[in-house]
Design a protein around this ligand. Structure first.
Ligand code: CO
Length: 215
């Protein structure tokens, strides 16, 4: 219970600190949210994106799952995406992977992990598509790091293919899609692909990463 108490104590201290400078901070946000970003990231506890990027409450709409997957059958993700794009009108959708991702590592191994193996099937597919490239890396760590990146690129492509994003682009080229990776070792976010804003950029993404995104 001591750990749980810490959460409430920290929360009270944070609210006091914020409202000391800005007494209406929370009441202003209670009536509406106008986030510019939808973040799709891994559920890993070491990737607290709001803390890492310094955004304030109300700035970022967030969806997290194991290994930052964008699966066309995931009603949860699609609902979040539709609300973010069609109602909140976010400018940016960011897919963020991270090095040392346990989900990606699980997909690389032979062991049986139960239900989560179904979830990770897309990553296993990426491993097959990229087998030649991945096998060429000298160390297991290098293979692992590259697969984390390929997984992000694959999910950006999946995002671009959803009817939600396709329809939004037909209406006016929002949102921009971005793929980034978080490096746990130095705490920095790194760009993989930025500002995918329509079919042309998707084609370029496809060309640059043909084996990862398939067709
Ligand atoms: Co992860």
């Amino acid at each position: 219970m001591e750990n749980l108490k810490r959460l409430f104590d920290n929360n009270r201290a944070l609210v006091e600190q914020i409202t000391r400078d800005d007494p209406d901070f929370f009441s202003r946000r209670a009536s509406k949210q106008e986030p510019h970003f939808l973040f799709i990231g891994c559920a890993d506890s070491r990737v607290p994106i709001e803390t890492l990027t310094g955004v304030a409450p109300g700035e970022m709409f967030v969806h997290r799952n194991i290994a930052n997957q964008v699966l066309p059958s995931d009603l949860n993700l699609l609902s979040v995406l539709q609300y973010a794009v069609e109602v909140l009108d976010v400018k940016h959708v960011i897919v963020c992977g991270h090095h040392q991702c346990g989900g990606v590592r699980a997909a690389m191994g032979e062991a049986n992990h139960g239900l989560v193996d179904f979830w990770l099937a897309g990553i296993r597919d990426s491993i097959q598509r990229h087998k030649e490239e991945i096998d060429a890396y000298a160390t297991d760590q290098a293979k692992f790091d590259r697969l984390v990146e390929l997984n992000v690129l694959r999910q950006v492509f999946n995002l671009a293919r959803t009817p939600i994003v396709q329809n939004a682009w037909k209406r006016g080229r929002r949102p921009l899609l971005h793929g980034i990776v978080y490096d746990l070792k130095d705490g920095l976010l790194r760009e993989l692909v930025l500002a995918v804003d329509g079919p042309d950029k998707v084609r370029a993404l496809l060309e640059a990463n043909r084996r990862s995104v398939g067709d």
